[in-house]
Ligand binder design. Structure first.
Ligand code: GLY
Ligand code: GLY
Length: 313
């Protein structure tokens, strides 16, 4: 089976100044994840690696670079799913670790549970030997500035996301199909700028932020999480595929329905079990990239598809 890996760097009203870094970041992550697949690695390892790279990238809202809650802190969510077994793991409201996606994978592999939250998730991280960073080490100047701007705009501070705060919604994710025909999906986020302390997102919820099933496909979503949850977006896209829709239509139709009904925007990346791609967003922009054979495809604007040959170093 020809392997394929796609990543996204978050949907939203991304500022022009952030566009080059967002494109650069998704290309690096897509190539690194694809390399694992090309060398015979698993979809699970490939999506985890790609998301770890995006978590380290300060221009992405995940890991370092996460947006802040109303108290100026980073609280992160992540989830991962193995399409061959439907095994899944997730964490929510986790603090001061570099790679929430790897913690989600440990929840999947080393606990009887799917989702660990808050102090319990951090306790498990410590037990697993994951270093706890000094408080505040994931906070970037951009995130501080974004929270300041959000608070300056006034209005209800509990009014998260939506039109007053469109630029600071974002998440990272990856979906892969490996040479054995197995699918995996992974998603990680700092959530929404100015969110309430303790707010949990779609990214921690299997079926909303992440889903993978070898018999259908895999999906990772991004955008206004409180809306994504209401339509169980990742699972809804796969249900469309199961009912005969192609991945592109399956993806776009759930996004369009959500935006029409709930007046908020989102994006998603999809791979079907046969390796067909879906990329959709109802937001102004979403950075995405995928590699198939020796070509990388990428974009950030609506209808934009660029491609380049990948020269192996
Ligand atoms: N459905 C309740 C529980 O999982 O504990
Ligand atoms: N989709 C990410 C969030 O709403 O937090």
């Amino acid at each position: 089976m020809e392997p394929i890996l796609i990543v996204h760097g978050g949907a939203g009203d991304i500022k022009d100044s952030r566009v080059p870094d967002k494109i650069k970041g998704v290309k690096i992550a897509a190539k690194a994840g694809y390399k694992i697949l090309k060398n015979g690695g698993t979809a699970l390892d490939a999506v985890e690696t790609a998301v770890r790279i995006l978590e380290d990238d300060e221009s992405m809202n995940a890991g370092r670079g996460s947006v802040l809650n109303l108290d100026g802190e980073v609280e992160m969510d992540a989830s991962i799913m193995d399409g061959s077994t439907l095994a899944a793991g997730a964490v929510t409201i986790v603090r001061d670790i570099a790679h929430p996606i790897s913690l989600a994978r440990l929840v999947m592999e080393r606990t009887p549970h799917v989702l660990l939250a808050g102090p319990g998730a951090n306790k498990f991280a410590e037990e697993q030997g994951i270093p706890r960073l000094l408080p505040g080490s994931l906070i970037t100047p951009f995130a501080k500035e974004a929270l300041k701007e959000f608070k300056k705009k006034g209005g209800s501070l509990t009014e998260i996301g939506g039109k007053d705060n469109p630029g600071d919604v974002g998440t990272v994710g990856a979906v892969a199909l490996d040479s054995q025909g197995h699918l995996a999906a992974a998603t990680s986020t700092g959530g929404i700028n100015g969110k309430m302390v303790g707010r949990s997102s779609d990214t921690s919820l299997i079926g909303s932020g992440t889903y993978a099933d070898d018999e259908i496909g895999g999906v990772s979503t991004t955008g206004h999480g409180d809306s994504i949850i209401k339509v169980c977006m990742a699972y809804a896209i796969l249900k469309n595929i199961e009912n005969g829709s192609d991945p592109q239509k399956a993806t776009q139709s759930v996004l369009d329905k959500m935006s029409a009904k709930l007046n908020n925007t989102a994006g998603a990346i999809t791979i079907s079990k046969t390796g067909e791609i879906g990329v959709g967003f109802s937001s102004k922009r979403m950075s995405w990239a995928y590699q198939k054979a020796d070509t990388i495809y990428f974009g950030i604007e609506q209808e934009e598809v660029q491609s380049e040959k990948v020269i192996d170093e």
